[in-house]
Design a protein around this ligand. Structure first.
Ligand code: IMP
Ligand code: MG
Length: 182
């Protein structure tokens, strides 16, 4: 385990098993689609989850990426997520599958939903790896959530603290002293 972590919350095996279930749920959902859904990864946090998820799906999808930023270098959301890099593909008339790493305050998801529905998506489905319901500031819910977790700051499998720890293959709770020492 990385020395900056207090404990491992989700192992690689636990993540892999839930990703398979999520992919099966999506395959069922999209089984009658005539056009490939537009799968959107919200970067950078969802990148690991996104790649593993689409590889497990039988449904062919189009992949696109959007970078949102809300944190800067802190462990608290600014409440005003910004688009750092927009999608390449047009959204109008598409079945959009938004793939999130975590729904925390809910601000990012609300913003993404407004934006993509505003561009005329035919359907809009949100899947998130993690959900921290206790932290919600705006009412919003993913259609599918792999793990509901307690209010602890976690890193790994795409999630960062100040851009670090993203490439850990598991998810762990960061030691308090790491983000409190500043
Ligand atoms: P929001 O507060 O729901 O808008 O969450 C926005 C983003 O904050 C997520 O997509 C993550 O990138 C990040 N985030 C929320 N909680 C955590 C955490 O525990 N660790 C790392 N990043 C987090
Ligand atoms: Mg994120």
């Amino acid at each position: 385990m990385n020395k900056d972590l207090e404990r491992i919350m989700l192992t690689e095996d636990q993540i892999r098993a839930r990703v398979k279930e999520a992919a099966a749920w999506l395959d069922e959902k999209y089984k009658n689609c005539t056009e490939p859904p537009l799968a959107v990864s919200v970067l950078k946090g969802s990148v690991m989850f996104f790649c593993d998820l689409v590889r497990e799906m039988k449904t062919l999808v189009q992949m696109d990426f959007m970078t949102m930023s809300s944190y800067g270098h802190s462990s608290e959301s600014s409440g005003m997520p910004k688009i750092v890099m927009d999608l390449a593909a047009p959204v109008a008339g598409r079945d959009v599958l938004l793939v999130e790493d975590i729904v925390d305050s809910g601000h990012t998801l609300v913003k993404m939903r407004e934006l993509l529905q505003g561009r005329g998506a035919k359907s809009f489905t949100v899947i998130t790896l993690l959900d921290k319901p206790a932290r919600r500031q705006v009412e919003v819910k993913a259609d599918y959530s792999c793990f509901e977790i307690e209010n602890e700051f976690i890193v790994g499998y795409g999630l960062d603290y100040a851009q670090r720890y993203r490439n850990l293959p598991y998810i762990g709770v960061l030691k308090h002293e790491i983000y409190e020492k500043k």
